[in-house]
Design a protein around this ligand. Structure first.
Ligand code: SAH
Length: 447
C-alpha cells in the first residue's frame, strides 16, 4: 500500500537508474538513494504489478562503501547518482551489471567480459556540460534539474564540471542577473541553456534561447572572452520540450564556431550540435579497445554505422583500410567529412541518413564490408539495422554501446543471425552516474 513503511530492508543490488534494490514479501523494492549493502527504512510511494518504488526514510546500517558526498548540491541535484558511494564500489557495481545483463539477456558465455576499465579521474571529467537556465522569483538559476523534477537548481560547485569552465559559468551568470528583468517574461526565461565544451583548442560556449538573436550579444561576448571562451555561438530553439538543440539556426558570435581536439593521435573538429564523447581520457581507452577488436588489415573495408563526427571509423582505420560511415545528424556528417580531410583521409565516404536504411541501400549496391562497427544511441539498433548488419556477413562486428540492456537485446538477435559475443569490456566514461560504455566483439559462429 502506498505510504506503507518497510523497516530493516537490506539493499542487495542496484537498478539501471542507480536505485537500490531490496526484496520484501516476495516483491522487488526500488529505493532511489539507497546503496547496495545498506539496511534501511523506506516508505512506499508507488506500487506496480510485481514491484514497488519507495523513498528512503532512514539508514539503519550504512553500506561499508558509503562515503560523504563531496558536492554541496548532491541532495538537491538530479545530475549525479553516486556521490555517496566510493568510486571503487561504483566501478565494481557497473562491471557486475554489464556482466549479468550480457549473460542473462545477451546469451553471453561466462568469461566473455574483461575487467572494467575504470576512470583515473572521477571528478571534473566532463568536456561537455549543458546547463539549464531557470527563472525563479529570487533570481535566475544556472545548472542542473532537481532530482525528480524540472525545476532548475543553481550548481556553481558541480563536481563534474572541469575548473576551466568556472570563470565562464560565473561571467554568464552575471550577465543573466544583470538582464534578469528583461530576459525573464511571463512565459518564463527567454534563454534556455548554456552549453560549455572544452577541447584542445579551448572552450566553446553556446547559448540556446527563444529570440532570433542573442540579447546584448556584444556585452556577453566581451565578458566571455575575458573569462576564457575562445568562441561563442547562439542557437535559436523555439521547439517546446526538453531537447537542448532543435532544427533552428546556429550563429557564431565570435571565434571559429567549433573546437578542435586530438583523440587517439587524430585531430577532430567538433561543432556545437555534434556528438563527441564527454570523457576524453576514457574515450581513448574505449576506442583503443575497439581498434584491437576490429583488427582491421590493410585493404579491408570498415562500415561505421551511427558514426557521429567519424571518430571511431577514422581511428579504427588509421593504420590502413577503407572507411564508409553513416550518420543521421547533418552537422555531424559535415564534421565527419572535415575530419576525414584533417586526418589525410579524403577516400573516406560519409552518408547522411538512417543507419539501417542507408546500410540496406549500400548492400543492394553490392558494397561489401570486412568489419562493421556500430555505436547507436541508447535505444540500440532497430530490426532493419540488425538484419542488414548480419546480411553484410562481416568477419567481425564491433558493437559499442552506452546501454548494456539494449546491447544485450541486440546481441541476442545477432546470435540468431549467426554471430556470437566473443569479448566485451565495460569502460566507465561516466563516473558518479549509473551510465557506462561497453565495447564488444561479435564474430561469425563458425569461426
Ligand atoms: N560513433 C560516434 C557517435 C556515437 S553517438 C562517436 O563515438 O563519436 C550515436 C550517434 O548516432 C549520434 O551521432 C546520433 O546523431 C546518431 N544517430 C542517432 N540515430 C541514428 C539513426 N537512426 N541512424 C544513424 N545515426 C543515428
Amino acid at each position: 500500500m502506498e505510504g506503507e513503511v518497510i523497516r530493516n530492508l537490506t539493499i542487495i543490488d542496484a537498478a539501471h537508474d542507480g536505485a537500490g534494490i531490496g526484496r520484501h514479501e516476495g516483491m522487488v523494492v526500488f529505493v532511489p538513494m539507497a546503496l547496495k549493502g545498506d539496511v534501511i527504512t523506506c516508505r512506499i510511494t508507488k506500487r506496480e504489478k510485481r514491484s514497488v518504488r519507495a523513498e528512503l526514510v532512514a539508514i539503519q546500517s550504512p553500506s561499508p562503501d558509503r562515503i560523504e558526498p563531496q558536492c554541496p548540491h548532491f541532495y538537491d541535484c538530479g545530475g549525479c547518482t553516486y556521490q555517496t558511494l566510493s568510486y571503487a564500489a561504483e566501478a565494481k557495481l557497473k562491471e557486475d551489471r554489464v556482466k549479468n545483463t550480457l549473460m542473462r539477456i545477451g546469451g553471453a558465455e561466462e568469461g566473455v567480459l574483461n575487467p572494467i576499465l575504470f576512470a583515473d579521474e572521477s571528478d571534473g571529467y566532463r568536456n561537455n556540460v549543458q546547463l539549464a537556465i531557470g527563472a525563479e522569483e529570487d533570481g535566475p538559476k544556472l545548472g542542473c534539474r532537481a532530482r525528480g523534477s524540472h525545476r532548475v537548481i543553481h550548481t556553481p560547485h558541480c563536481r563534474l564540471m572541469p575548473s576551466v569552465m568556472r570563470p565562464v559559468y560565473h561571467a554568464f551568470y552575471e550577465y543573466l542577473c544583470q538582464y534578469h528583468g528583461e530576459l525573464c517574461t511571463k512565459k518564463g526565461h527567454q534563454l534556455r541553456h548554456l552549453c560549455l565544451r572544452t577541447a584542445q583548442s579551448g572552450l566553446m560556449a553556446t547559448v540556446v534561447g527563444y529570440p532570433p538573436a542573442l540579447p546584448h550579444a556584444q556585452e556577453l561576448a566581451s565578458a566571455l572572452k575575458q573569462a576564457g571562451a575562445v568562441t561563442l555561438c547562439y542557437h535559436q530553439n523555439t521547439k517546446p520540450g526538453g531537447s537542448v538543440f532543435g532544427p533552428g539556426p546556429m550563429k557564431t558570435i565570435y571565434g571559429d564556431g567549433y573546437l578542435t581536439d586530438t583523440l587517439c593521435d587524430l585531430s577532430f573538429r567538433i561543432s556545437p550540435k555534434s556528438f563527441y564523447q564527454v570523457n576524453h581520457a576514457q574515450a581513448q581507452r574505449l576506442y583503443d579497445e575497439g581498434r584491437r577488436y576490429a583488427a582491421l588489415g590493410p585493404g579491408e573495408t570498415l562500415i561505421d554505422l551511427y558514426c557521429g563526427t567519424g571518430t571511431i571509423g577514422l581511428i579504427l582505420t588509421s593504420t590502413g583500410g577503407k572507411l564508409i560511415g553513416v550518420e543521421l545528424s547533418p552537422s555531424a556528417v559535415c564534421d565527419a567529412r572535415a575530419n576525414a580531410q584533417r586526418s589525410g583521409r579524403p577516400d573516406a565516404v560519409f552518408y547522411e541518413g538512417d543507419a539501417g536504411t542507408v546500410a540496406k541501400e549500400l548492400l543492394k549496391e553490392g558494397i561489401t564490408a570486412d568489419v562493421l562497427v556500430v555505436d547507436p544511441p541508447r535505444k540500440g539498433c532497430d530490426d532493419v539495422a540488425i538484419r542488414t548488419i548480419a546480411a553484410f556477413s562481416p568477419k567481425r562486428i564491433v558493437y559499442i554501446s552506452c546501454d548494456c540492456a539494449t546491447l544485450a537485446r541486440d546481441a541476442a538477435k545477432l546470435k540468431e543471425l549467426g554471430y556470437v559475443l566473443k569479448k566485451a569490456t565495460a569502460v566507465d566514461l561516466f563516473p558518479r552516474t549509473p551510465h557506462c560504455e561497453v565495447v564488444s566483439l561479435l564474430v561469425k559462429a563458425t569461426e
